[in-house]
Design a binder for this molecule. Structure first.
Ligand code: UD1
Length: 343
């Protein structure tokens, strides 16, 4: 049992991770500026767990406020750093905001960790660091080459990883686990917490569920002329609850001193690639709800196909993403129905 600081803990992946941490007996303090999340998520977490996590509405860029948090919670043993801006398109339009939010927050956090003798960090990275892997690197393992980022957002993830490596090199006490997520989807089975996209969703699943709920008229499928079996893009869609559980494994591994390298990297995916059209068909099949869609042109910057080789996470972390895609898609629909008051 340990006290964990979770930045971005009211966000989508953060809230699911807080639930899993608390259900494993850990004490959590969430730091979130609520820039892309809602305080009501704390009620959802409390409804699932039966207990409220500590919460501080603080921006991770705010040096003195972060110092205050660390001074107040003197028992923090590890940090999980989710807080970040994450919209690819927005990052192209407002790169400086992305560099400020995503880079300065990590620098501030690492400084405060060092000043307060907190030596363990789990960092939310992304498979975006691999770009489009060449065919010999599919499925992607952790040794696949990092490629030039296609967006400022992707670049912040790469630079964040470098910041962590550089600091670990300079500071032998620091231990870091970098988790590279593939495509997280779905919601908690209780439908008490889930994704709350801001405005028109950019990601596939929220757009699908909103279209099914009648909030959006029609889904646009971005391209059916890719070099894939049905022509639509392929991704590794991972259940957000499975993903959350990987964070518990990662933190507990660090706290038990079992890590073999000062900076460990894990790809978190299912090992299975699914196309946009497969997701759509399966969603319609398991929910029985129609989703009107049209095929349109490719989306700029989209990667054709990427899916994980999760063997390292399976073997070393002792973790596996094994929730069937049907259950995952149903959980996403149940959450959307709850949000919209359907049924
Ligand atoms: C990308 C990044 C991911 C990042 C995420 C943040 C890659 C491989 N992935 O995810 O690291 O964290 O952005 O948002 O770079 N699609 C449609 N119609 C839609 C929406 C999406 O057809 O309305 C398709 C896309 O073309 C894509 C798939 O659905 O093929 C998944 O798209 P999305 O959910 O946006 O995730 P990525 O672009 O894979």
């Amino acid at each position: 049992m340990a006290r964990i600081l979770v930045t971005g803990g009211t966000g989508y992946i953060g809230s699911h991770t807080v639930v899993e941490l608390m259900q494993h007996g850990h004490e959590v303090v969430i730091v979130d500026n609520l820039s892309n999340s809602n305080k009501e998520m704390l009620d959802g977490i409390a409804a699932v767990v039966g207990k409220r996590p500590d919460f501080e509405q603080v921006d991770c860029n705010d040096i003195s406020a972060m110092c205050d948090v660390m001074n107040h919670y003197t028992d923090i043993e590890a940090v999980i750093h989710f807080a970040a801006s994450k919209a690819v398109g927005e990052s192209v339009e407002q790169p400086l905001m992305y560099y400020r939010n995503n880079l300065m927050s990590l620098v501030t956090l690492l400084e405060q960790m060092k000043a307060h003798n907190v030596h363990n960090i789990v960092f939310s990275s992304s498979c975006t660091v691999y770009g489009q892997p060449s065919s010999e690197h599919l499925p992607v393992d952790e040794k696949a080459p990092i490629q030039v980022a296609l967006s400022p957002y992707g670049n912040t993830k790469q630079i964040n990883e470098e910041i962590i490596r550089d600091e670990a090199y300079a500071n032998a006490a620091l231990h870091a686990t970098i988790l590279r997520y593939f495509n997280p989807i779905g919601a908690h089975p209780t439908a008490m917490i889930g994704e709350l996209p801001n405005g028109v969703p950019n990601n596939l699943l929220p757009f699908v569920t909103q279209t099914a709920a009648g909030v959006r008229r029609q889904l646009k499928v971005y391209g059916d002329d890719y070099n894939t079996p049905d022509g639509s893009c392929i991704r590794d869609y991972i259940y957000v609850v499975d993903l959350a559980k990987a964070h518990v494994k990662a933190v507990e591994r660090m706290l038990s001193g079992k890590t073999e390298e000062q900076v460990e990297v894990f790809n978190l995916g299912t090992g299975r690639g699914l196309s946009v059209l497969e997701i759509l068909r399966t969603f319609i099949q398991v929910t029985g709800v129609d989703v009107p869609y049209e095929i349109v042109g490719r989306r700029e910057g989209d990667i054709e196909q990427v899916w994980a080789k999760p063997d390292k996470a399976n073997n070393v972390l002792g973790w596996k993403a094994d929730t069937p895609i049907e259950d995952v898609l149903l959980s996403a629909w149940n959450w959307e129905k709850k949000l919209r008051g359907i049924e």
